[in-house]
Write a protein that binds this ligand. Structure first.
Ligand code: FMN
Length: 138
């Protein structure tokens, strides 16, 4: 099992480490090639990087390093913070980067209060080859 996570302020990172520890999974950080600065994360700024990316359905921020051995995992947990009620675009980069055939994918999120909302079915479309898709909220 693999717990793959994206986290900018550490909340999802902490949850992911606890999850990996409790289920005995490997841990992998979906690290952006270009890290997000505090200014990039300012959702009050209409021109900030996160706002521009979330306004662009085609945005696919690059990931620093690939999972070296994805073929070895049967279950892949995918953790992320909710941005503007959905998953950050980099999660779409991640889901589109691998063949999830035969795997169970379990998305989970942290947020200030919002749930997975509409991004669950949307994300599933990004990795439609997965054998099973079991969303959960931590
Ligand atoms: C750009 C941006 C947009 C966000 N949008 C939402 C939102 O729509 N709903 C919500 O409840 N929280 C929102 N948040 C808060 C984060 O989801 C929350 O703080 C999360 O736990 C952060 O996880 P992290 O520390 O792993 O990055 C947003 C945060 C950022 C930076």
């Amino acid at each position: 099992m693999l717990v793959a996570y994206f986290s900018c302020s550490g909340v999802t990172k902490k949850v992911s480490a606890a999850l990996a520890d409790s289920v005995g999974a490997d841990l992998y950080e979906i690290a952006p090639r270009e890290p997000y600065s505090a200014a990039d994360l300012n959702w009050m700024d209409q021109k900030s990087r996160s706002t521009l990316e979330m306004n662009d359905p085609k945005a696919r921020p690059a990931i620093a390093a690939a999972v070296p051995n994805m073929a070895e995992y049967d279950v892949v947990f995918v953790g992320f913070p909710i941005w503007w009620y959905v998953a950050p675009r980099i999660i779409e980069t991640f889901l589109e980067s691998y063949d999830f055939s035969g795997k169970i994918v379990v998305p989970f999120c942290t947020s200030g209060g919002s749930g997975l909302g509409g991004c669950d079915s949307k994300l599933h479309a990004n990795c439609s080859t997965a054998t099973a898709w079991r969303p959960g909220r931590l």
